[in-house]
Write a new protein. Structure first.
Length: 166
């Protein structure tokens, strides 16, 4: 099987509205307006889509793994219904206040695991994030990054990526 390009996405502030604190449950989860259109363009260009997200609120006891699973199942369902299925979702449940973790961004472990598990080509892949640590997690693996403002249109970043690749 040949290696495939991937669009790695941070979650809060890139895919869904980031209220400035944690998105603790499904009732607080709102997909941003241009996300589905952006995913459609990425998929049409041959990109897989993988979410890479820190969920430090778990370590702080602010929400549960079940809450995260509910949010991710909802997002996966919406994307599937849109014809833009997400290949996988990786999340780190750790927070620096409760201990160190190699999986938490800016560590690259989640990106490395995704590339190995799904035969993804880092050299043809991109990370879109709203914090420098998102890009720092991808860079050591060879994945280029686009930094956007929190809650900015994902479509703008995807158009930039597609223009750069063409």
């Amino acid at each position: 099987m040949s290696l495939r390009p991937c669009l790695f996405l941070d979650r809060d502030g890139v895919v869904n509205h980031d209220p400035g604190d944690y998105t603790k449950n499904l009732s607080e989860f709102t997909i941003l307006p241009t996300v589905m259109e952006a995913l459609t363009l990425a998929k049409e260009a041959g990109f897989e889509v993988v979410l890479i997200t820190n969920q430090g609120g778990l370590a702080k006891g602010l929400y549960t793994h079940e809450d995260v699973a509910d949010i991710h199942a909802h997002l996966a369902r919406v994307c599937e219904e849109n014809g833009t299925p997400i290949l996988d979702i990786f999340y780190s449940p750790h927070h620096p206040s409760t201990g160190k973790s190699l999986s938490r961004k800016p560590g690259s472990l989640m990106v490395e695991r995704a590339c190995a598990k799904h035969q993804l080509d880092p050299d043809r892949s991109w990370m879109v994030g709203d914090k420098q640590r998102d890009l720092d997690a991808a860079s050591p693996v060879g994945v280029r990054g686009v930094l956007i403002e929190p809650n900015a249109p994902l479509l703008d970043a995807v158009n930039f990526i597609l223009d750069t690749c063409s």
